[in-house]
Design a protein around this ligand. Sequence first.
Ligand SMILES: [Zn+2]
Length: 485
Amino acid sequence: MKVYISATLRNFFGKNESLDVEAANIKAILDYLTDEYPEAKKILFDDSENLRGFVQIYVGEENKSDKSYWKEEIDAGEEVLLLPAIAGGAPVESIISDDRRKAITFDDKEVERFSKHLMLRDIGVKGQKRIKSARVVVVGAGALGSPVIQYLAAAGVGTIKVVDFDEVSLENIQNQILHTSRDIHRPKVASARDKVRNIDRSIQFEDVNLQLTADNIYDVIDGYDLVIDCTDNYKSRYLINDACVLAGIPLIFAAIFQFEGQVGVFNVNNGPCLRCLYPKPPEPGLVPTCSEGGSISPLGGIIGSIAANEALKLIIGIGNHLDGQILVVDSLYLHFRTLNVDKNADCPLCGFAPTITTVEDFDYEDFCGLREDEDEEPIESVEPDELARRIEANEPITFVDVREPHERAVLRFPNAIVIPIGQLARRKNELDKSVDTIFICKQGQRSALAIRTLREAGYDGSMYNLKGGLDEMKGIIFSHEGAWL
Ligand SMILES: [Zn+2]
């Protein structure tokens, strides 16, 4: 069975988050653990061999810390969790100075407007003044930015800057609750401005309708207390992380994908950064970099609300927070897990001997090997219209779909064989050199990578890339469905 070790106990168990243990009951698990990790023994047990009061043992959802449960048989499929009663970081100091707090005053209207916070002992007048004096940048006005921006505005954050270069489109409305059908074709920052104005006109709101680059990011975040990363791509995430670390600005990281979300706090109290966790972005071909993946509608609300809550706690200086931790939320099976992120002494950005000392525009396409190399033979592509004509004419063509299963579930390409990029070289004999092979992905980038991969593996059949991918082709597919499927 799997035994999960809570973050604060992990150092005593070889830093393992979980261990596979073969045992029939809790007694046997504890015997095994204390044999394997003798140091853990004095943490778990006192001198009389009793489980210490602050350690809890859960089997599934049930607390089984009491010795009377320890001989009960446990199913091999159960999850066992070792949890200290007091988990989490040290109390936080506010990221807003006392001087700035003292400079803030409230009029009668504000006292009424902020009364829900003023009546809380842990926030009160001092906390609310810190909130009003706070200056926060939110990057991304999409699914995550939507709740973040609205909660910051409602809570009374005095200065909010929203950065996004995108326009609202119909497909955004389902999970980006900042925007309505009337906002379609408007810049996302424009609907953000409207919403914030409707909440509280006295908020200093700045919209920045541009894409962040190494050239402009310092200007965008300079003078702000906190940055909240609500973007959806690696390029922005690493740029924001690097700039925040180099400029010494705390960062809240929020991400969603399908049914899972992550939120964490970086660069606070000399804590870790994104690169401590992932020194480099994922390897090429391993992730659907140009796929949007989709997410269930309320997930942005769940994760974004937690991010906004973390932001307010950092501003006020209360509670435990996700500094050095990542909260992973599985909304499908309702698992909430907090994973520890240790500061990495070898981190290329915030470690002892950093190799990254300036922000750079990190070109993900280039990094992924997707960009055309000048020395390389160019990749031939086929336009969607042309492909439709050839299919109608029943020309013999082999289609290879290199997308992820979840993408194929949304839109199947008729009569395509499915080969993940990682298996292409090994499975090249499945292709018929006597006919043209056309490679398909969502936007035409991974399919180009597929062709390059096969060339490198020595395949010399004629290969074409579907230009623009299925995003360009789907209108034609839907209109031909009857004939093609
Ligand atoms: Zn780091």
